[in-house]
Design a protein around this ligand. Sequence first.
Ligand code: NDP
Length: 240
Amino acid sequence: MEKLIVITGASSGIGKQLAIDFNERGYKLLLLARRVDLLVNLNLENAICKQLDVTDYENFKLQVDEAEKYFNLKVDLLINNAGIMPLDKIYNLDLKTQHDMIDINIKGVLNGMNIVINDMKERKTGTIINISSVAGRWTGENRAVYNGTKFAVHAISEQSRRELAPFNVRLLTIAPAIVDTNLLDNTSNKEVLNDYLKVKEKINNGLTPKQVSSIIIYAYELPQEISLKEIVLSSTKQAI
Ligand code: NDP
């Protein structure tokens, strides 16, 4: 399929599954993450793998420009998926970690949107999918700053969607509850980690990345005239 898709955070979890599934469907891909070796090891055809920290706007733009030239295609879908979730009480979480969350989870999304938005607007087509979370709808223990970042992603996405709608550009916010990935790797507080794992175990580990990916693919492959605006999803056993 002659469409170029950019996925951030494609080295693990949801992003990795999206890379595999979109590749299987024949899309051209630009896969981005800091651990580029993990991207390369996926060994996907028609996928450019580049090292990127999403907080680095210049490199982000360079990688998108080069992929567009290489495939001779403009980006049709950007998935802002990269994110971190170091859990702890606000009084335990050091300021650098808090700032990292703001930089990656919010500014990383803004960087990606800024790179593709005007071109999509001019071409009157394109889709941006921002991976937020149920943490972008409801606050929860140990998540004060993470909640803040995902509330921001929700708000930015919703209003951007309204402003891009007249130009036939879609913006979809995905808000999953627990998904079985490595997201907890950034949580160092063992007690907080164990509490989270207990909840996760009770719901059979939550959604699989494959389940989330299949819903994203469904939404994207709807005709451009149909905009699924927000999808909130969880495993059935998870109440929130
Ligand atoms: P993983 O930890 O498995 O994947 C996170 C990905 O983000 C990795 O590929 C990582 O790559 C990338 N990443 C992190 N920081 C940066 C950065 N600075 N620059 C570029 N890439 C970065 O977690 P998930 O797959 O679960 O997370 C994906 C998204 O889903 C996140 O936005 C998360 O908030 C959201 N989410 C997850 C839920 C869950 O329960 N798992 C629930 C709701 C939302 P690398 O380290 O190689 O850079």
